[in-house]
Design a protein around this ligand. Sequence first.
Ligand SMILES: [Ca+2]
Ligand SMILES: [Ca+2]
Ligand SMILES: [Ca+2]
Length: 506
Amino acid sequence: MKPFPSIFPSLCLLLVLYANAPLSGQTMPEPVLEYTIDDPVALQAEVVAVNLDLPWDLVWGPDDRIWFTERTGAIKAYNPVTGLVELIDTVPNVFNSSDNSGLHALFLHPDFENEPWIYVNYTFTFNDLRLSRFRYDGTALVEEDTLLELAGQDSHNGARFQLDQSGRLLFATGDAFNPFLPQDSSSANGKILRMELDGSVPADNPFVDLPYPGNLTYSIGHRNPQGLVQLPNGEIWETEHGPDSEDEMNRILRGRNYGWPEVNGSCDQPEEEAFCADYAVVEPVLTWTPTAGPSGLDYYNHPAIPQWRNSLIAGFLKRRGDPGQRIRVARLSDDGTEVLSVTDYLHEGPVLPTDLGQLNQTGVFGRIRDVLCAPDGSVYLCTSNREFNGQYVVTEADDRLIRIYNPAFSAEAVPEGEVLVYPNPAPSGSAVYLKFPDDASGELPIRIYDIRGRLVLDQLVEVGPFVVIRLRGLAPGNYLLRMGANDYSATIAERTVKFQVRPRND
Ligand SMILES: [Ca+2]
Ligand SMILES: [Ca+2]
Ligand SMILES: [Ca+2]
């Protein structure tokens, strides 16, 4: 045990309870393929792909397809235009136990056209987890570059990737069922790590003086994080599984301690108080008891679904009655630091009959593993119903990719006071059209920054219903467009919009 500087936690014995016996003799229900969500603006949820094999991570690719991992090792891509699911390639040497090991998190290099690296994490033995990147030659994974090895298990493997605003890769890792690791500075487990895209240690990391891999640490004391996202303003949010109580939604702060295993959820028990005080433990913003199994997490801020603007959307896995199998939309304060309200969706599914008696009510689509907010304003979900511990009666359609969208939304009908970058992603070498309200006027400074924070365009524009910004010279990748800021007289409020430039197909 090598503690973090000035951190000497006492030992803690954990009792891990399994209650996930496989079900037998169920009546297979009809798969739900369409569902209407009644909300201030009515939404449609439809199944767009079926028969997937435990998809784990959805990523919007530079080719405008949704890339995803399957547990057994496949990387596939769903084309929203054609509806086709195609195999990219299969990661070799993926180890699958009967529970929850396998291929998990996925990330594509932000400059994929010039740096075609696919980042994945996967178990390669029962006890070993690997973060590797593979070079993609257009048809196959051709070269494995292993950036990190850490402890794995048949569950508690985390994990998610997120590119941070300085262009470094965040990687949320699980405790691999070992409660000593999250507070141990010599272990990469139970942490949020931060690394350069080649796996090296950024010089401005909070524990940069520790021996490797402790110097990769960005935050400490996580149990089994499966949701990680950064907002356009830099705020980082995370979700993780609690033991038998207090699942967590956390606001992640640099270098801070999130408590596990000394503290479960909030600092609300006598035995937690001393550790909380000594190590300035950051308490979760939200907790869920009984546990609900929070998994994928993304940030929504598109005008297409107005009631979800400036919200985190979290997927949940567990059955057992009220808290699980749904998405939760957590509306944020303007600065993205507080949750103002939480609304649940997709939880009112069928009550399933079995020879064990009536199962509790399940979610409409079952276990939700990941959430992806797409550039066109729709939200994609994937299910995780085929797992050994599946707390859901598997249908012929499982596992499924689901799209939620507002059928009444048109990019032409942007609400009053809104600004829309359209199209997004934009083909490289083309232009983006900024759509303003009809009565907007004045001069407006527009600045575009690349993913490393470098200013790549600085322009003063005359505002009208449409403003055209030429994108000549911008390489494919992710950008932040900032408008407003100083010395403007426009009726447009200062704001930041994330957009993507994709390679031309022609
Ligand atoms: Ca994802
Ligand atoms: Ca915690
Ligand atoms: Ca507690």
